[in-house]
Design a protein around this ligand. Structure first.
Ligand code: IDP
Ligand code: MG
Length: 138
């Protein structure tokens, strides 16, 4: 069964929207198989955001993502990687339609409530990055 990794970002934590966002994934029929709070440090940031580490906005993103503890979780289900990204909406919250998580709760292109894996390869690498095998109840 397909798995994906999500991160409830600092804006989601600060706005106390953890339950609201997890509820959308659960109502879509996906099973929670791992969850914990972590705080990003420099090593984890550079690894998780390697694909954008040279972009000019990276320092701002790094400061935002490490500003408070975040909830990392894994969900499992049919087509969960694509479906969770559909539920999130596009990266830029201002362009995200109402009814999507980012459209309803996000602020802008950076402060956008939730991360989700974008492919089976990244999902596998991201779940391994944040969870020991014994912490994933698949
Ligand atoms: P995604 O989260 O929709 O997959 P990515 O391109 O993987 O988008 O970018 C990762 C994160 O980096 C975004 O969720 C957002 O927080 C931040 N980000 C992406 N593009 C920009 C930008 O142009 N300015 C500021 N932050 C950005
Ligand atoms: Mg991405």
């Amino acid at each position: 069964m397909e798995k994906t990794l999500i991160i409830l970002k600092p804006d989601c934590m600060e706005k106390r929207l953890v339950g609201a966002v997890l509820d959308r994934f659960q109502k879509a029929g996906f099973d929670l198989i791992a969850a914990k709070l972590i705080r990003f440090d420099d090593t984890l940031l550079k690894e998780h955001y390697a694909h954008i580490a040279t972009r000019p906005f990276f320092p701002e993103l790094a400061a935002f993502m490490s500003s408070r503890p975040v909830l990392v979780a894994a969900f499992q289900g049919e087509n969960v990687i694509a479906r969770v990204r559909e539920l999130l909406g596009p990266t830029d919250s201002k362009k995200a339609p109402k009814g999507t998580i980012r459209g309803d709760f996000g602020t802008d292109v950076s402060v956008n409530i939730c991360h989700a894996s974008d492919s089976p390869e990244s999902a596998a690498a991201e779940i391994k990055r944040f969870f020991a095998p014994g912490e994933v109840f698949a």
